[in-house]
Design a protein around this ligand. Structure first.
Ligand code: SF4
Ligand code: SF4
Length: 296
């Protein structure tokens, strides 16, 4: 297939709830487009690196999230004010010693403000790891440590890392965060085209509606496609109709391919195999480029 070129840098974000095939489509579009810049913003459970295997080791750096409170036992007078004022129930008394549970602490500093003994300090903490692969292309990814929050901030760092290291690329593709929360908002922010990957189920329809609502707050163009559409064609038709009624671009359907898990396990994508799924993804890519072209 021919690839039309955009006159300046554009970005795709693949959105959808977990398990819809978002990463499968993202990796396929990355291979099809031969883009030199891509990122995995699913920082809670990144897996794009399992498909887009890299020849070199990544450059890793620590990610510092919000600081956590620390109570100096020698200064603490056990007045209990910090525990009473912590809205996140992050302060416990363990063996008569006031202790902060760093997994529950949100770093709000209220305990520090109310402590009459100045026994509380805020300590920086490593809450994740950023990884940057720099070959003939740039791949930015990250992983949040289990039990730590604020993944939205880490998503922003992943994108920053990508843009800073791949300044002159014409197209960047981002495997977005699943769901509708803060990481999704960070993922969509500044993107030109959000491709929402829906699944033909009742919950898939309702998830799609919620993500569309979230996306409406952003200037990004929105397009919808359905993965494994033939597993329930009635739901697929319902999604199509919804897009038509709401003036949202519907850019295609991808048929179920029982071979997909095997391909993924081999570090391959659906476009590495001839067949209906590959054709469908090529068409989705073309339609995505059409939308970007019209934006220029
Ligand atoms: S910083 Fe906030 S969340 Fe953390 S322990 Fe203090 S009051 Fe609780
Ligand atoms: S407010 Fe300060 S002195 Fe009081 S229990 Fe907490 S750490 Fe100890």
């Amino acid at each position: 297939m021919s690839k039309r070129r955009c006159s300046h840098e554009k970005t795709f974000d693949l959105s959808g709830k977990g398990g819809t095939g978002k990463t499968t489509l993202a990796s396929s579009l990355i291979k099809l487009s031969k883009t030199k810049a891509y990122a995995d913003c699913d920082v809670d459970a990144p897996n794009l690196h399992l498909i887009m295997t890299e020849e070199t080791e990544p450059i890793n750096s620590d990610y510092y999230g919000l600081p956590a409170a620390y109570i100096e036992p020698k200064k603490c007078t056990s007045c209990d004010l910090c525990r009473q004022n912590c809205r996140f129930n992050a302060i416990d008394i363990i063996d008569a010693i006031y202790t902060v549970n760093e997994f529950a602490c949100e770093g709000c500093k209220v305990c520090q403000l109310v402590c009459p003994a100045e026994a509380i300090t805020m300590l920086d903490r490593v809450t994740g790891k950023l990884s940057l692969y720099k070959n003939e292309h740039v791949f930015s990814t990250a992983e949040l440590k289990m039990g730590t929050g604020n993944s939205g901030l880490l998503v922003t760092e992943v994108k920053k890392n990508l843009y800073m290291n791949a300044k002159d690329t014409e197209l960047a593709i981002i495997d977005g965060s699943p769901g509708i929360g803060c990481p999704v908002i960070a993922s969509i922010s500044g993107i030109d085209l959000v491709i929402l990957v829906a699944e033909p189920t009742i919950s898939g329809f309702s998830d799609m509606e919620r993500i569309i609502e979230t996306s409406k707050g952003f200037p990004a163009q929105l397009a919808v496609c359905v993965n494994k559409y033939d597993l329930h064609t009635e739901h697929t038709e319902k999604i199509k109709q919804y897009c038509q009624d709401n003036n949202i671009a519907f850019i295609g359907t991808i048929p179920f391919d029982a071979d997909a898990p095997r391909l993924v396990n081999q570090g391959k994508t659906l476009i590495d195999k001839e067949g209906p799924a590959k054709k469908a993804i090529e068409s989705i890519y073309e339609k995505s480029l059409d939308i970007l072209d019209k934006m220029n």
